[in-house]
Design a protein around this ligand. Structure first.
Ligand SMILES: [Zn+2]
Length: 134
């Protein structure tokens, strides 16, 4: 497979009739590309298959979490904090970094279900310190 083919991802052939679907996805970050390629090699699969697996798992994970935690919903990521709506408590939990770990401002602890859900989010590496934890 050539370098150009490695960078190009095309939707499944049977679904090519969808007109508004982009036909290619570029991996913008060279560090991400290198990491994906290394992981694919370790798993003895192609870069294309490995990247598709990551995307499939992302959406399957979201569906699984909705089923397992039906009272909780991540409603936004803003200013370095993950906001989780807790419909059972009718409250929003803000998750950010505490002194040593992720911290929930609603429960005032680090081992609650809100922190657990926040830790499954793709934005996790971008989480910043909670304003009251400076
Ligand atoms: Zn909490």
């Amino acid at each position: 497979m050539s370098q150009i083919e490695d960078y190009t991802m095309v939707p499944p052939k049977e679904k090519n009739s969808v007109k508004d679907r982009p036909s290619m996805i570029d991996i913008i970050s060279s560090e991400t590309y290198d990491s994906l390629k290394k992981e694919a090699e370790q798993k003895s699969t192609s870069l294309r298959r490995h990247t598709n697996n990551i995307l499939d798992y992302h959406f399957e994970k979201q569906e699984l979490l909705k089923k397992m935690l039906p009272d909780l919903e991540v409603i936004m990521f803003r200013e370095g904090l993950i906001y989780v709506m807790d419909s059972r408590r009718n409250s929003v939990a803000k998750i950010g970094l505490g002194e040593k770990f992720f911290h929930c401002d609603l429960c005032k602890k680090s081992d609650c279900v809100h922190v657990l859900l926040a830790m499954t989010q793709d934005e996790l590496p971008k989480v910043e310190r909670l304003p009251n934890k400076k």
